[in-house]
Design a protein around this ligand. Structure first.
Ligand code: K1U
Ligand code: ZN
Length: 180
């Protein structure tokens, strides 16, 4: 099932998600992970955090190399960055919850991420490049942070003003279409 992806400035995007315990791993959680992967490919995106679909749990899905023919969604519970090295710019980063905006974001160049898989095995990944940016971006979502929090105040304020205008125009167009 395709899920609705919440969009800025939805207040749920600012919530800090709760850790998942072993006994919460059940068919419902597995279905949520499967629906999130389906939603990620449908958007399309290379990652998605449960926070973005209004679920208050530390769960992410990622697939930074997917193609129409080759899909390998990675499902991670309670992901944590346990080691970092260097700083680089992630160029023109985007977000499925921040429509029509891209910006350069300073991020860790190399990260080591520890998490649990759906079978509760502990897993660890070392990542650089787009994969490292995606891990940081998705874990930020679980902490209620958006990539626009990591750019200059000036750029953020300009985006927020543009987004509010866009939402106002959408509401006005909706009102003029409605007979009531
Ligand atoms: O969490 C999200 O909003 C998903 C986001 C993840 C991300 C993108 C770039 C750098 C770090 C994290 C996206 O997937 S935005 C869409 C995107 O980048 C993309 C979509 C299709 C193919 C390739 C990339
Ligand atoms: Zn995002």
């Amino acid at each position: 099932m395709i899920l609705e992806v919440l969009q800025f400035p939805d207040p749920h995007l600012r919530e800090v998600a709760k850790p998942i315990s072993k006994d919460e791993v059940n068919d419902e959680l597995r279905q949520l992970a499967s629906d999130m992967a389906e939603t990620m490919y449908d958007e399309p995106g290379i990652g998605l955090a449960a926070t973005q679909v209004g679920v208050d749990k530390r769960l992410i899905v990622m697939d930074v190399e997917w193609t129409e023919e080759d899909r390998n969604p990675r499902v991670l519970l309670n992901p944590e960055i346990v080691e970092t090295e260097g700083r680089v710019t992630s160029e023109q980063e985007g977000c499925l919850s921040v429509p029509a905006y891209k910006a350069d974001v300073e991020r860790d160049a190399r990260v080591v991420v520890r998490a649990r898989a759906l079978d509760w095995e502990e897993v660890e990944f070392e990542a650089t490049g787009l994969e490292a940016f995606c891990f940081q971006h998705e874990i930020d979502h679980l902490d209620g942070k958006l990539f626009i929090d990591r750019i200059s105040r000036l750029k953020r304020d300009l985006y927020v003003r543009r987004r509010k205008k866009q939402l106002r125009l959408e509401r006005e167009a909706e009102t003029s279409r409605s007979p009531f």
